[in-house]
Design a protein around this ligand. Structure first.
Ligand code: ZN
Length: 293
């Protein structure tokens, strides 16, 4: 039958591997995300038209599974037209001259080429409805949204900008954690951003973090959980270490839905779980409320 499997893009499968995994691939031809018209939903397994998905902010129209959203699309979705991208000039210096299966420099230039971004982050300033805000959005498809010196410095600049201009700060997290290829320089970002956020808090400027799928490792362990309000998208994986590591360490079976946004909300680690379509309105209302105080 004339059934062409290349129409489909599977999130976890061998038809097309996600950008992060293909970093290690040798077959350059397979590294592109297919421009197929259809996509299989990882939530309900339904085959959905890609255009429908994009129309619906990358949320499955049947089961409401929230697909990942890039930094640019995120800014586009949250800010009113006329926003400005800022702090875009930073590039990693590869401080350790690091190489694993391939040189880190090579990974960087490939990720830059694929995403059109300098690193896994994009800062913007503009209007979120009636509020002038500073927005920092992470890009998961750039080396798993990992936080190296550039991500850390860019977020720290967003924090400083928010403090100096007395505008609320919103950070949209999407990250596999600290960037291993920058070793301790990555870990230092946690302290740097946390210090900047403490100053923001002293200045009485609000900070809201939006945790999206996935937010893990050193990002969860620093700025992603330090908001005046920490909210997440439905179904987002949020944690420090992965479930397998935890299970092996504590030698216990983990409960159902462990490390998902809804579970964390129930346990009091989050303030709200907000569907993507409601996110902008939710943020506007939250800032209305904070301003009134
Ligand atoms: Zn679905």
């Amino acid at each position: 039958m004339g059934f062409d499997m290349s129409w489909f893009k599977r999130e976890n499968g061998d038809l097309t591997t996600p950008a992060v995994e293909t970093e290690n691939g040798t077959d350059a031809g397979r590294t592109v995300r297919t421009e197929g018209l259809w996509i299989k939903c990882v939530g309900c397994r339904a085959t959905i038209w890609k255009a429908d998905l994009e129309q619906n902010l990358n949320v499955c129209t049947r089961c409401q599974h929230h697909f990942k959203l890039g930094a640019r699309e995120r800014i586009e979705m949250l800010l009113d037209p006329g926003y400005e991208l800022v702090d875009t000039g930073l590039r990693s210096t590869d401080p350790l001259n690091f190489s694993d299966v391939k040189p880190y420099k090579q990974r960087l230039s490939k990720a830059q080429e694929q995403t059109g971004l300098g690193d896994a982050i994009l800062n913007a300033q503009g209007q979120l409805g009636p509020h002038a805000v500073i927005l920092s959005a992470m890009e998961y498809s750039f080396i798993g949204g990992s936080m190296g010196a550039v991500v850390g410095e860019t977020i720290a600049r967003a924090v400083d900008r928010a403090r100096e201009q007395r505008k609320p700060l919103i950070v949209v997290a999407a990250s596999g954690g600290a960037r291993m290829m920058e070793g301790v320089a990555s870990l230092m970002q946690m302290a740097k951003i946390s210090t900047a956020l403490a100053q923001l808090d002293d200045a009485g400027v609000p900070y809201i973090c939006v945790l999206t799928d996935p937010t893990t490792g050193g990002v969860t362990a620093s700025f992603a959980m330090l908001g005046d309000l920490n909210i997440a998208e439905p179904g987002a994986l949020i944690g420090f270490a992965g479930p397998r590591v935890i299970e092996q360490t504590i030698r216990q079976k983990l409960p159902e839905g462990f490390q998902r946004a809804e579970f964390l909300l129930e346990k009091g680690f989050l303030d709200a779980v907000v569907p993507r379509k409601d996110l902008k309105n939710y943020l506007v209302r939250a800032l209305d409320f904070m301003k009134a105080q």
